[in-house]
Design a protein around this ligand. Structure first.
Ligand SMILES: *Cc1c(COP(=O)(O)O)cnc(C)c1O
Length: 380
């Protein structure tokens, strides 16, 4: 089946008891067993597995061209669980432009458990090769990155990582692209991670995370951790994400159409110094983006002339773009990463330009969005 069909049907069958077309929200923590040690259909306790979560997990696996999906209470819960595959003393090579919360988890918490982190420029596969050490067990990257929308060639990095004698795992945070635009497992990644809070949910009404893998042995280790660590989503959250995913292809096409129009508008605006958008001709990895992503996505970052104060004036002046953290919903959002989502990287090598503005372009009418940006940029 093609992606659009999988988005609606994968993991979801009409209920065999009553024909309900939508997956029920199974609000149950436990399941009656047929005998001691004889659970029905593998359900014992809802931290371990719940039917609504199972439908979502199977859907995620299908969309990412994986074999096994795991849902978590948040994107960071998924990230943390993946990192728990490691042992004290292991080294992680991470991209030098990652989600601020991932950096905080790595730098402030997991370092205390004696995991070692190096942050490298993964847009250059050579610098990945140079930063691998004899203790590297995991390579972690985002592409496009948050907030600079830098692109890493997943296939090139996968070849380097897998040629290393240690056989480190390659994990790709695919939150910004979504499986509709890019499927890292097809390009050689071992693990895909998502914040389902963003495009997969798509309506800014749920927090969730996911991990998807192909390999059975790796999946078993992750299912063990998912149950043993316990950072699982509730059934209502799983239902909301399942519902959101059904329109993912439609939404991603519209996000792209609107983003393209806004990029064009910004590119010729006198108050805009620089634009970061994967499909824009000014993007240094545009060629890789066009090769591994179906379209340019809905995220745009740009630097406004006049520094931090000008950026703050712009984001406080929009009327349709809501000043808010998060991204990937149907509604347009605007923010200043240095002062909002990326506060945790201040003073680190991952520090963000204070005049950088990040847009999550929604699926409203593009002329309304451009008009809104136009009047806000006059305040710069
Ligand atoms: C938001 C985000 C996360 C964290 O996800 P939560 O659901 O907020 O925990 C991780 N990676 C990226 C790229 C994100 O945008």
């Amino acid at each position: 089946m093609k992606f659009e069909t999988l988005a609606i049907h994968a993991g979801q069958e009409p209920d065999p008891n009553n024909g309900a077309v939508m997956t029920p929200v199974y609000l149950t923590s436990t399941y009656k067993q047929d005998g001691v040690g004889k659970p029905r259909q593998g359900y014992e306790y809802s931290r371990t597995l719940n039917p609504t979560r199972k439908a979502l997990q199977d859907c995620l696996a299908a969309l990412e061209s994986g074999s096994f999906g795991l849902a978590f209470a948040s994107g960071l819960a998924a990230t943390n669980t993946v990192l728990q595959l490691l042992n004290a003393g292991d080294h992680v090579l991470a991209g030098n432009d990652v989600y601020g919360g991932a950096f905080r988890l790595f730098d402030k918490i997991l370092r205390r458990f004696n995991l070692d982190f190096t942050f490298a420029d993964t847009t250059d596969p050579e610098s990945v090769a140079e930063a691998l050490t004899p203790s590297t067990r995991l390579v972690w990257l985002e592409t496009p990155t948050n907030p600079y929308l830098r692109i890493t060639n997943i296939q090139a990095v996968a070849e380097i990582v897998h040629a290393h004698p240690n056989k480190p795992l390659l994990a790709v945070d695919n939150t910004f692209a979504t499986p509709y635009l890019q499927r890292p497992l097809e390009l050689g990644a071992d693990i895909v991670v998502h914040s389902m809070t963003k495009y997969l949910g798509g309506h800014s009404d749920v927090v969730g995370g996911a991990a998807i893998v192909k390999d059975k042995e790796l999946a078993d280790r992750l299912y063990f951790l998912q149950n043993a660590v316990g950072a699982v989503p509730g059934p209502m959250d799983c239902f909301l994400v399942l519902r959101g995913i059904k329109t993912l292809p439609l939404r991603m096409e519209r996000h792209y159409e609107n983003a393209t129009a806004i990029v064009e508008f910004l590119a010729s605006h006198p108050k805009v110094e620089k634009i970061f958008y994967p499909y824009h001709t000014s993007h240094p990895q545009q060629k890789t983006a066009k090769h591994q992503m179906r379209n340019g996505g809905g995220m745009i970052s740009f630097i406004v002339k006049g520094g931090r104060d000008a950026a703050v004036r712009v984001v406080e002046a929009t009327k349709i773009f809501a000043l808010a953290e998060s991204l990937g919903g149907v509604e347009s959002l605007i923010e200043v990463p240095a002062a909002m989502t990326h506060l945790s990287v201040v003073g680190s090598p991952l520090e963000v330009d204070p005049a950088l503005i990040r847009l999550s372009v929604g699926i409203e009418n593009k002329d309304d969005l451009i008009e809104d940006m136009q009047q806000a940029l006059e305040k710069a």
